[in-house]
Design a binder for this molecule. Sequence first.
Ligand code: DC
Length: 205
Amino acid sequence: MVVAIDGPAGAGKSTVGRGVARALGYRYLDSGALYRAVALALIEDGGAPAERARAARVDVGDRVKLDGRDVTELIRGPEVSELASKIASMGEVREALLVRQRELVADGDWVAEGRDIGTVVAPEAELKIFLTASPEARAHRRAQELGADWRTVLHDQAIRDAQDSERAHSPLRPAPDAIELDSTDRPAEDVIAQVVGLVREAQRR
Ligand code: DC
């Protein structure tokens, strides 16, 4: 079974995805970590994005590893966020990372989160969630995580939202059969419980 959770940055995909995976004993794929790890590799070593995406050995378990090195914290910085969004608009980079994501979710039960899981990576997913929240709520959450000023986060977020939604390759948009949930003003546990309920319903179908 694959549960796809897509949506913009700060909507709560990671918290909800991890919570649902834990509640059900499923594995969890943070697909954004793949784009981030490749962006970090480019910042550190340069090179052509598509080549680096094909060559990078990225392990996205509990800790994120790039060619064997733990980069879990390093990939969360603003410079990496910005470059990850840029290279995520490149068709060849997406192709390279798509192969890896499909290999991962091919076996077993997964909660996979990102921007194009329900539309491109796993269009056959048994349950697709499109998780949103107001731009202000998303910026507040990210600012708290990063210890940054929320207005700065709101500004950067608007640029990334536009880049992620308007790109030609796999833009951020809900799959036609996705269930849209709005997490504004809702505690994470509440959304997690709702998604777990939806998974149980999907299992009965
Ligand atoms: O979810 P995140 O912020 O860690 O994702 C980092 C960047 O990668 C983000 O700008 C969008 C991109 N991304 C994508 O294009 N497709 C995915 N499935 C996951 C992330």
